[in-house]
Design a protein around this ligand. Structure first.
Ligand code: ARG
Length: 610
């Protein structure tokens, strides 16, 4: 029945990207916000109800009509009189062209001609369409990727890297001054294990060829040996002690390997289109604030002494965070104390207004401890630190349906390189199916690589970030054949570019001269409505840090563009120098601009020729 359809629609709307922006935050500007405000204002006058409470009940509608309002939610009793008031009150106006009432839901449709002219003009006139400048004058740090070095980049590194790069883009475009930090995990016994292992398994030549892969092989081999030979750990502990004592030879080796791996990571980041302003490192964290934090917390009575040991333990049980070790039994520093001191350093160096840590949900407790300790130490900026967490990427399910875990220590990982080349092969096969098109791609290897990366990124981003998910190394290429994927975005984008290039002579010289009234019909309405939603999508994303909303938006946008491109009327006009063709090209130009903006936000490199 209509009621249950409408109810479903509403439920979808309420959970989805379509709930109205919270009223406490500035709302995005744009034609659709104006429409929603108009509906709410008119209703509030017609029905004598509070404007804000009506506003909050007007949702985007996904199909058939643009906005939907559940009348019962107004709590006004009998619907009959309300319905007639609404039907009478909305007649003939140039913002809302029709109102229908379907089983207690009022459905509003925007006037196509006002919608099209307002939205397209807005897009053409705004350099940074969709983004506000809420961040102007504010500084933020986004820390992301932060791998433990001397390991090859594997599929698990993809998430924290692209999620962070996405947040960096999102804030940069919203006016923030962003400093992107990569906090390298480059200290600890792991390096000592490698040093011991290198004597037995190392090769300078293999090291030069692919430092991360080789050091990782060494690490995996020596870890295996350590299982049967207790001597390995003893030797490693001795080596780590040398590192801590800044023994020249030990530090020299460590530095050499570190430089090689960081240089290699640079290539991975370039490939992923992820950028950093600063490489920080656990090895560089000073002792000063590590000691001071213990002193301060001791003074406040949060430290429980451990008898006969140098260990310092902070009691965070009142915050359900158990106890955290701030200094080890032998007096050395630890992950937690380094994070505290590093946060203080960043605040001193950058005086940020906001700091975001993009770190896996596995470290929820650790990050909560860091932020709690900073608050206990009464740093005024502690409340501006935020942990943006994400789920894990694990292996496929085994025969019994159990999840298999990737384990770096056991050497059971899926290197990102391998993942990319697997998908790349599948993309290549697909592209070759159209021999003519394949021949016209200037650099098919590079293009296939970009497409493979787009596929992997969008597959990740289309899930909610907190969701864990499995990657089946045997079956990675299946993402190529999924309907809504990264390839769809790239293909539709390149079609728009081709359309524009083929019709250069018809492009409008001046957007103001375009007769947008020539753009009519439900497919145009749908496309332009989506384009009008972009500022709202961005606005919600700033609050949620969720790339999946942007991905879903891109999918919907691509479908709307494709449907319109496939209709005969559009194609037939391409070669005719008619005002309609010019208006259509203008509209597709706006669509291209928005799609490109969303793709770049998602860290993709839009491919112009496919
Ligand atoms: N290097 C750590 C790891 O790979 C992640 C670091 C997260 N950032 C932080 N500030 N603790 O587990």
């Amino acid at each position: 029945t209509l009621t249950s359809d409408a109810a479903k629609e509403l439920a979808r709307n309420e959970g989805g990207d379509s709930s109205p922006p919270a009223l406490t935050v500035e709302s995005p500007t744009g034609h659709l916000s104006k429409c929603r405000e108009f509906i709410a204002r008119r209703l509030s006058t017609l029905l004598c109800v509070d404007y804000f409470s009506v506003y909050a009940k007007v949702f985007y509608n996904k199909r058939g009509g643009d906005f939907i309002l559940p009348l019962r939610a107004l709590g006004l009793g009998h619907l009959g009189p309300i319905e007639s008031e609404i039907l009478a009150g909305f007649q003939r106006n140039d913002i809302i062209s029709s109102v229908v009432i379907n089983n207690a839901f009022a459905i509003f449709t925007c006037s196509t001609s006002t919608l099209v002219s307002a939205v397209l003009t807005d897009i053409a006139a705004t350099a940074n369409y969709g983004f506000s400048d809420l961040g102007l004058g504010r500084k933020m740090i986004v820390e992301y990727s932060s791998p433990n070095i001397a390991k090859p980049f594997h599929i698990g590194h993809l998430r924290p890297t692209i999620l962070g790069a996405f947040l960096r883009n999102l804030h940069l475009r919203s006016g923030w001054k962003v400093t992107a930090v990569n906090y390298l995990g480059d200290w600890g016994t792991q390096f000592a294990m490698i040093a011991v292992g290198f004597q037995k398994y190392g090769s300078d030549e293999a090291l030069r060829r692919d430092p991360c892969k080789h050091l990782f092989e060494v690490y995996v081999n020596i870890t295996k040996d350590a299982e049967t030979d207790p001597n390995v750990k003893v030797q490693a502990a001795a080596f780590f002690k040398k590192m801590e004592d800044m023994d020249e030879e030990a530090i020299g080796l460590w530095r050499h390997w570190r430089e090689l791996t960081v240089a290699r990571y640079g290539k991975d980041y370039e490939q992923l289109n992820a950028h950093f302003d600063v490489y920080a490192a656990e090895s560089e964290v000073g002792q000063d604030w590590q000691d001071k934090s213990v002193e301060v917390l001791e003074g406040l009575g949060y430290i429980t002494p451990v008898e006969g040991s140098l260990a310092k333990v902070v009691d965070l049980t009142p915050w359900n965070l158990n106890k955290g070790v701030l200094r080890k039994g032998n007096g050395t520093s630890i992950y937690l104390s380094r994070d505290i001191a590093e946060a203080v350093r960043r605040s001193e160096a950058y005086s940020f207004d906001k700091m975001v840590y993009v770190v896996a949900s596995q470290q929820d407790v650790h990050m909560a401890r860091v932020i709690r300790i900073l608050k206990l130490m009464e740093f005024p900026w502690a409340g501006q630190c935020e942990h943006v967490n994400h789920g894990l990427v694990h292996g496929p399910k085994d025969a019994a349906g159990r999840i298999t875990k990737f384990s770096t220590r056991k050497g059971n990982v899926l290197p990102l390189d391998d993942a990319i080349s697997q998908v790349e092969d599948a993309v290549h096969i697909l592209l070759r199916k159209d021999a003519q098109r394949y021949a016209s791609i200037p650099n098919p290897d590079k293009v296939a690589e970009e497409l493979a990366i787009s596929l992997l990124k969008i597959a990740d981003f289309s899930r909610r970030k907190i969701k864990n998910y499995g990657v089946d190394a045997e079956n990675l290429e299946s993402i190529v054949h999924k309907g809504d994927n990264g390839l769809l975005l790239q293909l539709v984008y390149s079609r728009l570019v081709a359309l524009r290039r083929r019709n250069r002579h018809l492009l409008p010289v001046n957007p103001q001269g375009v007769d947008t009234d020539l753009l009519t019909g439900p497919l145009v309405h749908r496309l332009v409505f989506l384009l009008g939603k972009y500022p709202d999508i961005i606005h919600t994303t700033i609050a949620t840090n969720e790339p999946c909303k942007v991905v879903n938006f891109c999918f919907e946008l691509c479908h709307a563009i494709r449907r319109l491109l496939n209709t005969a009327g559009t194609r037939g006009n391409e070669s005719e120098a008619t005002a309609t063709a010019t208006a259509q090209l203008f509209m597709f130009g706006c669509a291209e601009k928005v799609l490109k903006s969303a793709m770049e936000l998602l860290t993709l490199r839009p491919q112009e020729q496919l």
